[in-house]
Design a protein around this ligand. Structure first.
Ligand SMILES: CC(C)(COP(=O)(O)OP(=O)(O)OC[C@H]1O[C@@H](n2cnc3c(N)ncnc32)[C@H](O)[C@@H]1OP(=O)(O)O)[C@@H](O)C(=O)NCCC(=O)NCCS
Length: 170
């Protein structure tokens, strides 16, 4: 598992962009290729992560140079939504299909949980927004100590239903 070096490594950054596109496609429940506009949004997002104290990413190293998974962490400094408290960290994780079912998804979650605890200044929770039908991710979240937050169910523009899972770490 590597952390910051991807920032300086063009190939790793490019793999992270590709994985982020696939992550968005899968979690939005769409079979359509991701639009150029969404690709530009992902580009902007990943560029803004550089140098930010409130964003960090871990990559799963593959056998070659190409990473096979990531977990992105974003810390909120203010109550951006009614269920969000300052200090909460939202995570997004992805494992490429060829790497799934080997425990990497669980390792990514525990790595993020440990990193949030290390960086916490006071109380902190890890939050994950999950599609209702994502039974694999919900299984991993429950196994790593997350619980569904009451009253957080919502329908997104894409028609998918989501709710937020949380784990207190400090
Ligand atoms: C969610 C994701 C990261 C999991 O990665 P992974 O490396 O396959 O996960 P793991 O191998 O650690 O764990 C898979 C677990 O799901 C379980 N599982 C597999 N199929 C399942 C199913 N249909 N229903 C419930 N659990 C299932 C496995 O048994 C395993 O649990 P166990 O360790 O208790 O046996 C990966 O599927 C993914 O990238 N999905 C697309 C993006 C996504 O949904 N990201 C999460 C949203 S933030």
């Amino acid at each position: 598992m590597t952390n910051e070096p991807y920032l300086a490594d063009k190939e790793k950054l490019s793999s992270l962009k590709d994985m982020y596109c696939e992550f968005h496609r899968e979690t939005s429940g769409s079979d359509e290729p991701i639009s150029n506009e969404s690709k530009r949004d992902i580009d902007r997002h990943l560029t803004s992560i550089r140098g930010s104290d409130n964003d960090w990413v871990y990559l799963v190293d593959g056998s070659g140079k190409t990473p096979v998974g990531f977990i992105a962490c974003h810390r909120y400094n203010n109550a951006a939504d009614k269920h969000i408290k300052p200090g909460d960290v939202e995570i997004e994780s992805f494992v490429a299909r060829e790497g799934r079912g080997q425990g990497l998804g669980k390792i990514l979650k525990t790595t993020a949980i440990d990193s949030v605890a290390e960086r916490a200044d006071g109380s902190a929770r890890v939050l994950s927004s999950v599609e209702k039908g994502n039974s694999v991710n919900i299984h991993i979240l429950k196994k790593t100590g997350f619980r569904e937050l009451r009253g957080t169910a919502y329908s997104a523009n894409n028609g998918q239903e989501y709710s937020v899972y949380a784990k207190k770490v400090a």
